[in-house]
Design a protein around this ligand. Sequence first.
Ligand code: ZN
Length: 289
Amino acid sequence: MASRADAESTETGGRSSIDNDKIFAFRDRAGSLLSVTEQETIERIANWLRESSSTVVLTGAGISTESGIPDFRGPQGVWTKNPGAEQMATIQHYLANRDARVRSWQNRISNNTWADAQPNAGHIALAGLERRGKLDTLVTQNIDSLHLKAGSSRERVIEIHGTVRDFVCMGCGERGPIERVLDRVRAGEEDPPCRTCGGILKSATISFGQNLVREDMERAERAAARCEVFLAVGTSLTVYPVALLPEMALRNGARLVILNAQETPYDQIAHEVISEQIGAVLPRIVEAV
Ligand SMILES: [Zn+2]
């Protein structure tokens, strides 16, 4: 396991030198040093979670790649490799081009990525953390709804970038299950208008160029500011304003734990950083709580 020791004891240590030791141990899978190091790290984090009176978890694309959901902004992301696709994903483009909307609805009915995706061990572990009474708020940057599918409760989950589960009318704000619109598309309506006001319908996700829902962000900020442990899972912590949440937590004395395959801007000030596979390590942490 690539892991960082407690920040307090490693003020002067850079990530690389510390990691080198542990990566070496990690690679030596037969060695007992690995299990000691790995188990110690897991137990330390589990202890923090057990003692915490308020824990906030933030999840990003990395927790859902193990469910077959593409990562849009990562090194191999859809938008990273094809910036033109990002332009097509802006709200302005969607509103101004009927063709874009027709294509978008066609994609939704011909591609079952969202409907078929199932929660993986990482999502299930976080639902388990809530059942243990150890999760205050789960903020997710993902639009796949997999936390709810895994059993996390609606009151504790903030889908900060919206969800593909619902539609929303850009005219009157009416909202409902996306299946109602998809059924109309399947029945032949290429760009179904709102039945109440005739406005443009769209999946209830936050597109580029669209503001976040202010109440959602404020709720997330309040939770981050009062938490004792902030656990960031599968997020690069580079997409703002969500990336400010760990800073708010740290400022109020919370422990910051990061589980992510790639480095993040917070690694040097986090209390633990683990770059192990999320679906493998997160269930072990939760079981140890
Ligand atoms: Zn409407």
